[in-house]
Design a protein around this ligand. Structure first.
Ligand code: SAM
Length: 238
């Protein structure tokens, strides 16, 4: 709300990508019931929270069932007729975030009044090399081959794989050795978080360059609540 990305105003819209059951939309609508909500997800989802929102507050909320890579936001009248649009996603897995970024930047160049975005990705181990938008940054830090990017993805998975549970958990770790299979859970966790941040920072730099917004990478919640706690926030430069 501080960045004016969520305002209680019927002339404004929130465009949520990969909405799932709609819990985030539900909580946004409870704070800003006058705003329009346009929700996209490619799955048919049962027990959607958007029905609950609609019935309770008569909120203007529409769900579009479509892969985000096929959505042309400039063809959605509720978005083009708004005075400003905030794009959000929470835990939009792997390449879906890159598809979402393309959808948002295309929207900007096609007269959708995007005024900012909050993008919380997840599952960095599932990004695909051909879709990922942050290659310029990875190249600049010498992660410049498919093999190295695959290694980065593997390392990113260590941030979310949880502590070991089998008897191998009690085998003494060799953290200074070459073979990562013998590294401790703690060392892998730290490396996993760093790999996630690198992947996200590539997206931040891409967004800064393409849309010229003030874009930052932040942790929106404590890592103990969710290891998928990174978020890109972008706002129009003042
Ligand atoms: C991990 S769930 C997160 C759901 C919700 N945002 C949440 O935080 O609870 C990711 C959602 O994105 C949707 N999704 C994944 N890839 C997509 C794509 N390419 N286009 C549209 N929706 C997609 C899935 O169907 C799923 O509902």
């Amino acid at each position: 709300m501080k960045n004016k990305l969520l305002e209680n105003d019927p002339s404004k819209a929130v465009f949520e990508l990969g909405v799932g059951r709609g819990q985030l939309a539900f909580y946004m609508a409870s704070q800003a019931p006058e705003t329009k909500y346009i929700l996209v997800d490619y799955s048919g989802i049962k027990h959607k929270a958007d029905n609950k929102v609609k019935n309770k507050n008569a909120v203007d909320i529409k769900r579009i069932r479509c892969p985000i890579e096929h959505v042309d936001a400039s063809k959605i009248p509720s978005l083009t007729s708004s005075t400003s649009v905030s794009a959000v996603c929470k835990h939009f897995c792997g390449s879906a975030t890159d598809y979402g970024i393309n959808c948002i930047t295309n929207a900007m160049f096609n007269n959708v009044p995007i005024n900012g975005f909050c993008l919380a990705p997840c599952c960095h181990h599932r990004i695909t090399i051909s879709q990922y938008v942050g290659h310029d940054y990875l190249k600049a830090i010498k992660i410049d081959s498919p093999q190295l990017i695959s290694s980065l993805r593997l390392i990113a998975s260590w941030a979310t794989c949880g502590p070991p549970v089998s008897e191998t958990a009690f085998v003494e770790a060799i953290d200074d050795g070459e073979n990562f299979k013998f590294w401790s859970y703690e060392k892998k966790l730290i490396l996993g978080r760093k790999a996630k941040a690198l992947i996200e920072f590539g997206r931040v730099l891409y967004l800064r360059k393409v849309c010229g917004f003030d874009c930052r990478l932040l942790e929106y919640i404590d890592v103990n609540v969710s290891p998928e706690n990174l978020m890109i926030v972008g706002v129009v430069k003042k």
